[in-house]
Design a protein around this ligand. Structure first.
Ligand code: DWN
Length: 414
């Protein structure tokens, strides 16, 4: 595959009626953190813009960056947040309620990262296998006792896994669906890999939350598609799967967890929550372009307002740092043009990120204990989806008079 290809037709319904509604300009890949020796080298930037399919309502990026560039050496580690691990514990609990997991169960996680989710399935004595393209994270998972195949998931990978390990009782794919360009391959692979009575559980950020809570910074090159249940249900039914359970979960600013079985009975009645949520999506205007244009207008107001606040604080000689170096933080600082003249540095709990610099704005990243040493005046929470956990961790900073700035869904100083 070339380094970047233009999206000619809708990823799931193949329509050519794709309409641009938000252009975030040229951006680096969101987890493209830099070493100090890279700072003066040429940094590759790729167009980052969102289109809306007026036929099936799927929101998707207008260009697709080659996954090898983004995922073969990955610094995002799932286990860095307690909220994420709690979410995985809940997902496993729900899977067990449906599948009655035991030592004979075989669970495969697509996009298994460091193996955190599969560790919870091992607590139910299940056999587990991770599949992930990041060599560096597969090593971590394997060292934690989680067998892992280093590969992008597609039909060929599914066939190879069946030959080597057999079919799965449970297949999970959390924060993966948005990352895969050829989703037909994903579902074809899932269908042959799943046992007759198996379940497929996927979880991805929910477009209803993204739009209603102004989460523009979760739009980046890793996330090719932004699903609602309307578009997702259309797509999985086309592939002969059926939804048996849906729940909204708080993780990542608001996600949706969907559980499927192979559709043995084509006339199975639609899951009640599917009908309810697709109704809410229609009622919120997500099946028309207008809602997306209004979202784009809110994003540009947020940019104006946050920059005005930061400019005013800098004029008052205030010192400001960033809390969390998430991929989304690189989009917010990149698109809002927030650089070292505003943020002294960013702190992050991920050791892989400490000592690196953010892409595009080259903000230095340190460990979290630096905040107490320096006691800046303000801390901009870039990982706003974990704001409670982060504010709890930095409560002494606040006790000493420090203030948090929360940028999303609207600007708040606490
Ligand atoms: O889909 C994806 C989402 C799910 O995760 C991936 N493509 C990439 C990644 O996106 P992200 O980097 O925006 O995810 P997070 O989980 O919002 O990143 C949180 C960042 O904040 C991490 O770098 C860890 C850091 N953090 C911290 O420094 N202190 C997190 C917590 C909870 C903390 O207390």
């Amino acid at each position: 595959m070339k380094d970047v290809v233009k999206l000619e037709k809708c990823r799931i319904c193949k329509s050519k009626n794709l309409e641009m509604f938000l252009d975030l300009g040229k951006m680096p890949i969101p987890n493209g953190f830099l070493k100090s020796e890279d700072l003066n080298k040429h940094e590759r930037l790729f167009n980052l813009a969102c289109v809306y399919c007026s036929d099936c309502s799927l929101v998707q990026l207008s260009e697709v960056v080659n996954p090898d560039i983004m995922f073969s050496n990955y610094v995002y580690v799932t286990s860095v947040s307690k909220s994420m691990l709690n979410n995985f514990a809940n997902l496993t609990f729900r899977a067990n309620k449906i599948s009655n997991l035991n030592s004979k169960s075989f669970v495969i996680d697509i996009g298994s990262n460091d193996g955190s989710l599969l560790k919870f399935f091992k607590n139910y004595e299940s056999q587990v296998l991770g599949i992930d393209p990041a060599k560096n994270l597969a090593k971590v998972a394997i060292s934690n006792g989680i067998p892992t195949e280093v590969a992008l998931f597609n039909l060929a990978t599914a066939r190879r896994v069946i030959k080597k390990y057999g079919k799965a009782d449970v297949i999970t794919a959390t924060n993966v669906v948005a990352h895969i360009h050829n989703l037909d391959e994903l579902l074809k692979g899932v269908k042959i890999l799943l046992k007759e009575n198996g379940i497929f559980i996927t979880e991805f950020p929910y477009i209803l939350d993204l739009i209603s809570k102004n989460q523009f910074d979760t739009i980046y090159h890793e996330h090719l598609s932004y699903f609602g249940l309307t578009s997702w249900n259309y797509f999985i039914e086309k592939h002969g799967l059926k939804i048996i359970d849906v729940s909204r979960v708080q993780i990542h600013g608001g996600s949706i967890r969907v559980t499927h079985r192979l559709n043995k009975n084509a006339f199975a009645k639609k899951n009640k929550t599917v009908s309810y949520l697709t109704g809410v999506e229609a009622q919120q205007g997500l099946l028309e372009k207008k809602a997306y244009l209004e979202f784009a207008a809110r994003v540009s107001k947020l940019k104006t307002d946050l920059n005005a606040l930061l400019k005013q604080l800098k004029k008052q000689k205030k010192r400001i740092v960033g809390l969390g170096a998430p991929a989304k933080g690189n989009i917010l600082t990149g698109f809002f043009d927030i650089g070292p003249d505003v943020l002294d540095y960013i702190v992050d709990s991920t050791s892989l990120k400490q000592g690196l610099f953010t892409p595009k704005k080259h903000l230095p990243i340190y460990s979290e204990n630096r905040v107490l040493k320096d006691q800046p005046d303000y801390a901009l929470i870039l990982a706003w989806n974990f704001k409670e956990e982060i504010m709890r961790k930095h409560r002494l900073f606040k006790k000493r008079g420090g203030k948090f700035i929360i940028p999303i869904p609207e600007i708040r100083i606490v």
